[in-house]
Design a protein around this ligand. Sequence first.
Ligand code: AMP
Length: 420
Amino acid sequence: MEFKDFNFTDEVFDGLTAMRFEKATPVQQMTIPIIMKDKDLIACAQTGTGKTAAYLLPVLDKIVRKGHKGINTLVLVPTRELAIQIDQQMEGFGYFLDVSSTAIYGGNDSGEWARQKNALITGADIVIASPGRLIQHLTMGYVKMDQVQHLILDEADRMLDMGFVEDIKQIVSHLPKERQTLMFSATMPPKIRDLAREILKEPEEVSISISKPAEGILQAAYMVYDTQKIPLVNSLLKGKELSSIIVFSSTKLKVKEITRSLVKNGFNAKDIHSDLDQSERENVLREFKNRNLQILVATDIIARGIDIEKIDLVINFDVPRDAEDYVHRVGRTARAKTEGVALTFINEKEVTDFHSIEKLIEKDIFKVPLPAELGEAPEYNPGKFKSGRKKWGGKPKGKPKGKGFRKKPGGGDKPKTESK
Ligand code: AMP
C-alpha cells in the first residue's frame, strides 16, 4: 500500500515526500484507515514499526482539513527522549503545514519551563508530553484542554510501568468526552486493557507483532565471567569499521566503567545516563545521531523509543532483566529495513534470564565461543543455573513489569531502575 492510497491532503503528502516515505509500513496500513474514520484504536506495536507516523499523519491530515483552535492533539509518552523524538518527526511532516507542536517534559531549567508554559498558553496544535510534567503545568491552571480532539497514548505499557496511571487518568479528566483516543503499546498486559476500557470507546484493535526482534537482526551471545566482559567489549570492537554502536548496561557505574575503558583504548565513546543533565544528554544523542560519535554507552533510559537509524551493532553488556527490554534494546538495530547485529554477554547468573528471552522470542540464540585469549568461559546450561538476581515484579504473564520504573516525586519522568 502506498501513501497516495490514503488520500491525504496535498500538504501532508508533500511532507511525506520530503521525508522520503513511499510505502506504508504494516502498522501504518492497518491503523491509518481506522484513525481517518475517527474510531478509537488500541494497537499492539513496538517501536521501529513506524507507529509514530501511523498516528501523526492522519491527525495532521484532519487538522489541515478541519482547521484548528487551541490544543488539538495530546500525545502522552513515557520519557522526555521519546517526546523530543516525536516532536522532531512532527517537524519533518509538518514542514509544509501551518501546524505547531511542542514537547513538554521534565528535568530541565527554568527557561525551558517558561518556554513550555508559553507554548501551552498559546495552544500549540500538537502537545507531546510526559504525564508528570503535564500535570505540573495543568495544576497551575493556564492549560486549556477543552479543544482537544485526539488523545494518543504512546508506549502505554511503559507509562504504566513508570507509575503514570493516575496521572493519565487525571489528565483525561481535563479532556472533552467527545474525542478520539488512540493507544499504542508494545505489550498488552491486563492493566493496559483495564485502562483501555476506562478511556477508550468501542476501540478497534490492531496487533502488529508479538514481541520479536525484526527479521534483519543477526543475534548472537557470549558466555562470560564478569571479569571478562570489559576485555570482550574491547576485543570485539578492535579494528571494526562500524560507525554506530550502542553498548547497553543496567547500571550507571558499569556504563561509566565501560566508557572509561573504551576511551582509554582509543575508541570514540561517550556515555549517557541520568547523572547527565538534559542538555548534556541531548548533546550526546545529537553527536551520536550525526555520526560524530562512534560508540554510545547507555543505561536503559534510551533503550525504548529512541529513534536512531542504522545502528550497526548493539551490545548488551548484561542480559536485560526483562525479556521485553531485550527486544527493545535489540530493536535499535535493523530499524525500518536496514540490517544490524545484536550481541549479548551472559554471565553464569544471567543464564536463566537469557533463557526466558529465548523463550519469548521463540529462538535459540547462537552462543559464540569466547576468544581464546580471554580464557575459559562458563557454560550455557539453563537447566543447571538458577537466576542469581532478585526479581521484583518480573514480567510477563499479567504482572506489571515492575522493574522499578516509578514516577519521581514531583512529576519527573526518569526510570528509577537506573541504579548506581
Ligand atoms: P517508529 O516506529 O515510529 O519509531 O519509526 C521507526 C523509523 O521508521 C523512523 O525512523 C521513521 O522515520 C521510519 N519510518 C516510519 N514509517 C516509514 C515509512 N513508511 N517509510 C520509511 N521509513 C519509515
